[in-house]
Design a protein around this ligand. Structure first.
Ligand code: FAD
Length: 471
């Protein structure tokens, strides 16, 4: 009898462990054809940024090798999702297409388009959830509506109980016997033409194995998480975000491994629920990557100033903590959460530049660029999102530095021109006596930039801008 293979469509679930679509494909018992489709137009307003493209190249390479060890290789197609799946299904006489859902607006549209396509009437089209603990339509408040505030949402999640991982990567996968044409990963041209990614190579091991190693390494330092989460100078966070974004590890696996009930584990799982809440909020408010949830902010008197934006992007603002964060981002594709909040607040409140500009820059430069988390992070900091920080809470980059990078180690790592300066002045070098500056080889305005804005002035200006939309 002719086989009726299962097409396993990989998306942001680039792993074999805890992969619900793969599990179902195995149960179906037919040959499995794993496929990845590269279609920039199907990502809507948010085609992959440069840092994410670098990561995707590595992650697909790793998935390819894990699949080949077990039998089938990864088929790669370039072009519209529905069109490419239709062609492949016809070519191999597929009986089913299985995939894991994504919850970003453009990705959901891909699924809807697929459901409407005529070729799927002749086969079984099934979606699964492997990227979230809870499907965003699953959690409801008591009146059946959506949560708008994190804490009650979190409690509702706790009441449901966190699901754990129940499926391990299989040792072998049934292969399709015929030949299938495929592009090479190199054909996707994901790597940069100029090699700016050397710092990424030093900082990361993309792929399922790298993700699992990162989780194991983090388990050992979990006890210090609550402190590490606040302190960019310590090695205290998991750095799992890009692995989670690309689905090289899933939240159920993390719950299975870390759900020990101690306070640090609880604190960490709470952050994973923030990730859930970001997806939940985006799912129910698909316009928010570009539009503030709080509609008053549509009339906010934003400034337009390319020179200021460039200084921020390049880490040349004259505020050491901001510059350290922006340079860490450029060099490694990552920034500690505390510093993300500080640099975001600086852009939006000190410079009065639109949060969408910051979100775009992060989108291009973060290896963990994630539409749900990035949107939530920017809207939260700007005061216009769901359960947002009040707008009048304006981070003071000097005080934040003194509190969360007390010895200036983080600044010294990323802003080497300040590394000889006494810790006492490291977060406000403009106040240092000229003797100390000279001894440290610093000339403000020459070796390190002048401040591009006066924080006290900027704070008052931001508050009056807020008052103008609150009336
Ligand atoms: P850990 O502290 O080890 O946390 C573990 C996981 O929990 C993270 O990997 C992440 O998936 C989730 N998590 C942690 N903090 C948050 C949070 N505040 N919101 C939602 N989920 C969270 N995160 C992204 O993954 N992609 C983004 O594009 C992104 N953009 C951001 C933009 C701004 C302006 C801000 C303030 C935050 C943003 N975040 C984003 C959230 C957060 O900064 C990162 O998830 C976190 O720093 C990743 O590092 P980690 O994996 O070591 O985190």
């Amino acid at each position: 009898m002719r086989s009726s293979p299962t097409i396993l469509w990989f998306r942001q679930d680039l792993r074999l462990d805890d992969n619900a679509a793969l599990e179902a494909a195995l149960e179906r018992g037919e040959p499995i054809i794993p496929v990845y489709i590269w279609s920039e137009k199907d990502e809507g307003d948010w085609p992959l940024g440069a840092a994410s493209r670098w990561w995707l190249h590595q992650s697909l390479t790793s998935l390819q090798s894990e699949l080949e060890k077990r039998g089938p290789s990864l088929t790669i197609r370039i072009g519209g999702v529905a069109e490419k799946l239709a062609a492949l299904a016809k070519e191999v006489n597929a009986g089913a297409i299985y995939f894991n859902s994504r919850y970003e607006p453009a990705a959901m549209q891909q699924e809807q388009e697929l459901e409407r396509a005529s070729f799927v009437k002749d086969l079984e089209l099934k979606s699964f959830n492997s990227s979230l603990l809870f499907d965003p339509s699953q959690i409801r408040n008591q009146s059946g509506g959506n949560f708008k505030v994190f804490t009650p949402y979190y409690k509702a999640c706790l009441n449901h109980g966190f699901p754990e991982s129940a499926f391990d990567a299989p040792k072998t996968l049934p292969r399709f016997k015929g030949s299938i044409s495929s592009h090479k990963i190199e054909d996707l041209k994901l790597l940069p033409k100029i090699n700016w990614a050397a710092g990424f190579v030093e900082s990361w091991s993309p792929g399922e194995k790298g993700a699992s190693k990162a989780l194991k390494a983090f388990e050992k330092k979990l006890g210090g998480y609550l402190k590490g989460r606040e302190r960019p100078d310590l090695d205290g966070v998991s750095r799992l975000s890009p692995h989670l974004h690309f689905g090289e590890i899933g939240p159920r696996q993390i719950v299975s491994q870390l759900n020990s009930g101690d306070i640090a584990a609880e604190g960490f799982l709470r952050q994973l629920v923030w990730r859930e809440f970001s997806y939940y909020t985006l799912f129910h408010n698909p316009e928010t990557p570009l539009t503030p949830l709080d509609k008053r902010f549509q009339n906010f008197p934003w400034e337009k100033d390319q020179a200021l934006l460039t200084s921020w992007q390049k880490g040349q603002t004259g505020f050491p903590l901001v510059d350290a964060g922006m340079r860490q981002l450029w060099h490694t594709g990552y920034m500690h959460n505390r510093v993300r909040m500080v640099v975001a607040s600086f852009l939006v409140k000190d410079l009065l530049l639109p949060w969408q500009e910051g979100a775009r820059w992060f989108w291009d430069t973060l290896v963990d660029a994630d539409l749900a988390n990035n949107t939530m992070g920017w809207q939260w900091t700007s005061g216009c999102g769901v359960d947002a920080a009040p707008y009048f809470r304006i981070f003071n980059p000097v005080k934040q530095g003194e509190k969360f990078d007390p010895d200036g180690a983080y600044v010294k790592q990323w802003v080497p021109e300040l590394k000889e300066l006494d810790a006492k002045w490291i977060h406000h070098p403009w106040n240092a006596p000229s003797f100390d500056l000279e001894a440290a080889g610093i000339r403000i305005g020459e070796t390190y930039p002048e401040r591009i804005v006066d924080h006290d002035f900027a704070r008052k200006r931001a508050l009056s801008a807020l008052a103008s939309i609150s009336k």
